[in-house]
Write a protein that binds this ligand. Structure first.
Ligand code: 5GP
Ligand code: ZN
Length: 113
């Protein structure tokens, strides 16, 4: 298995998990850009958000549950946070397994790129 996040999901690669359900896992980013930097990742391999469809409603609601859990665990509703997903190299995607960055715990730059 060559996909790095499939290997994290299977447990072949270690990670600091903060949330897990049947469909998703959330773990700390290995190179945090802020005090809170968690990746919410579907267990199923999808290359990016472009492969998500309305048929994936159950997965989308699990992703939102995971995001809510990260928000609550870190008090991010009060302090502010950002959720980002990248598609394609020109947008900065480096791991081609869908993931949502949840970033917070400091003042974030306002630029979106
Ligand atoms: P992207 O650039 O694709 O939007 O984000 C990929 C993210 O995955 C980066 O923030 C990078 O630090 C993180 N990352 C890459 N490899 C690993 C890994 O093996 N473990 C963890 N926990 N994060 C990783
Ligand atoms: Zn994968």
């Amino acid at each position: 298995m060559s996909c790095i996040f499939c290997r994290v999901v299977s447990g072949e690669l270690p990670s600091s998990k903060v949330y897990e359900s049947d469909l998703v896992v959330a773990f700390e980013d290995i190179q945090k850009v802020a005090p809170v930097h968690v990746l919410v990742v579907p267990k199923q391999h999808l290359a990016s958000i472009a492969e998500l469809s309305p048929q994936d409603a159950a997965l989308l609601s699990d992703i939102q549950r995971a995001i809510q859990s990260v928000i609550a665990a870190n008090g991010l509703a009060e302090s502010g946070f950002r959720v980002v997903t990248n598609h394609g190299e020109s947008a900065g995607q480096t791991v081609f397994h869908l993931h949502f960055h949840v970033i917070g715990g400091r003042v974030l730059e306002t630029s979106l790129g």
